[in-house]
Design a protein around this ligand. Sequence first.
Ligand SMILES: [Fe+2]
Ligand SMILES: [Fe+2]
Length: 235
Amino acid sequence: MSQANQVRTCAELAQQPEEFRIAIEKIVISHAVNELYGAQVFDEPAIRLAPNPYAKWLTCRVAMEEYGHHVRFRELGEEMGIPAERMTPAEKQPLSIFQFPLNTWAEFCVIKLLADLAEILQVEDLAQCSFLPLRNLARMTMPEERFHAQFGRDFCTELCQSEAGRREVQDAIDRYFPFLPAFFGRPQSRNNEIYRKWGIKQRSNEDMLADFMERAREVVGALGLTLPPAAPAAA
Ligand SMILES: [Fe+2]
Ligand SMILES: [Fe+2]
């Protein structure tokens, strides 16, 4: 999208065509809901699962940042005129990646390793968004999402030092990975077509998923582990 098509403020957004406004609303609501729900079902409960004070401290930081992402997206939504109650999991069904029942520390580390990598791809795409307040929000969020994925890599690496830990991490990957492709949406998605038409997103769902598969294989491979055999091919 050219410079001329950039939308600089919420006031300017209000003057845009309905299709553009609704598309931006959908993205802001989705992020506000899913950042909150993820913090509630994964990050906050993981503080209890963390095995030592250092791990608990870093997990608290992750939980604080995920709640913070919700707050930032919700504040932008409110500035756009979206009622706060439309930006809660009670009002909008959260993504299926959060249906995984979290029971162990290894599972949480795998979630950060893989789900936050998936989130990095989404945030990278939004960092070029034609609606500048959303672009800026994505750029602010990025260093924290990178920290979450690094947290996953570091603690998975630590767990993989022992044979029992390695088995636990591989088992969590095998069970959690199948939840992830749905995060990128359906192929030939009408919503995604609209997002690209308006320069809100840059890439198709298929392209993002293929990229994710490649990057996920790489991070899991670096641990000496593998993705489950049923995982879709990268192309
Ligand atoms: Fe987040
Ligand atoms: Fe995150």
